[in-house]
Design a binder for this molecule. Structure first.
Ligand code: SAH
Length: 348
């Protein structure tokens, strides 16, 4: 049996240079191929026109390019685009392009399915199949950037890791992908325009701080009371708010960067005065801002968006305490592309 060909994009630039030297070629050839693979996003060796035919054949004999494939693309009437992408092993993830007046944001996935079990999220109902590789994350961004240029005549301006999966449970690959997205040899995007959203894994938040990352951190809080949070996000039992708080203080001390708290408000769950008071108190821990998100129903109604007055009460209480708060309307609902709705429906 022939040995399986290696994915050439798993090689670093150095390894690619060494490979060419080992073939009796110049190390520089490695730079050229690297540029094709990353800045130019080549899907085949054939496209690499400044590389000789023999060399391209030699690469073909030794490697594959495991590029993702955009399988279906849906456009919402508000301009949101959802891609269902097929990975090299046939699994599917989704990514979303959200255009607004001043920016175009890519919302990308970090896992097939998710490691966690938030009761209100459609992705949690899928079985977690595997972590995405760095290049599978990077490719989602490239695909969305191309669509943004094509349909909105604008390059991508921001990236949020708020698609399927828990990014901090796939730590190394997410960081490698961001390295490539921000490197001049990749997309050259500023890390200030990238936000990683986590459900809150204290140990990994501390690791981010130790690694001195330059991107933004968002935390899906949804309740600042342990009993309530555990009910809706059961892993809170393992990582209670006390540990989460400690990790946030550590993050702020090391990075001096604000954290954004994402917050959903449901009827009968976190719509009481004590829920509001607890959030206000939590927000005094470190500099932060609060993003109140509209709930996108995923089923028959166990969770229901709280009344508008409750959102207003939250907003007023936060503002009174000088905490920045925004209320975000959902986009792309008609194509199941909104937060928490990613569940590979288009592929079922
Ligand atoms: N695991 C990460 C990133 C994916 S979820 C995290 O939890 O942050 C991205 C955001 O969508 C989170 O803030 C999540 O709480 C929110 N979300 C999940 N289900 C939702 C739903 N049905 N409606 C609205 N937002 C939802």
């Amino acid at each position: 049996m022939k040995p399986e060909k290696k994915d050439i994009r798993a090689l670093t630039k150095e390894q690619l240079r060494d490979f060419f030297v080992s073939q009796g070629d110049k190390a520089f050839r490695g730079n050229q191929v690297y540029e094709w693979l990353w800045s130019k996003s080549a899907h085949s060796f054939e496209e690499m026109t400044n590389i000789s035919k023999e060399t391209r054949q030699m690469l073909e004999d030794n490697f594959v390019i495991n590029h993702i494939k955009v399988d279906t693309m849906q456009r919402s009437n508000d301009g949101t685009i959802k891609n269902a992408v097929t990975l090299h092993d046939g699994l599917t993830v989704e990514s979303v392009l959200i255009p607004t007046f001043s920016r175009t944001t890519a919302c990308v996935s970090s896992q097939v399915g998710c490691s966690l079990d938030c009761k209100f999220c459609a992705t949690a109902r899928l079985k977690r199949m595997r972590n995405l590789n760095p290049d599978e994350i990077y490719d989602q961004v490239v695909a969305i950037d191309q669509e943004s240029r094509l349909y909105n005549q604008m390059p991508l301006s921001n990236i949020v890791f708020m698609g399927m999966g828990e990014p901090l449970m796939n730590y190394n690959n997410v960081l490698k992908a961001i390295e490539k997205i921000t490197s001049p040899e990749g997309l050259g995007m500023s890390p200030k325009r990238i936000t990683v959203s986590t459900s809150g894994i204290p140990k990994m938040i501390k690791k981010l701080a130790d690694d001195e990352v330059k991107f933004n951190l968002a935390l899906s809080l949804h309740s600042a009371i342990d009993e309530v949070r555990t009910q809706i996000m059961p892993f809170n039992e393992t990582f209670p708010l006390s540990e989460l708080k400690e990790s946030l203080v550590y993050w702020y001390e090391k990075t001096k960067k604000k954290v954004t708290y994402e917050y959903l408000i449901w009827k009968g769950i976190n719509d009481r005065k004590e829920d509001i008071d607890a959030l206000v108190h939590f927000c005094k821990l470190i500099p932060c801002k609060v993003n109140i998100i509209e709930y996108n129903p995923i089923d028959d109604g166990e969770f229901q968006q709280a009344a508008g007055e409750v959102t207003e009460a939250y907003q007023k209480a936060l503002e009174r305490n000088h905490i920045t708060v925004t209320v975000r309307r959902s986009r792309g609902k008609d194509i199941d592309a909104a937060c928490g709705q990613l569940a590979n429906k288009s592929s079922q």
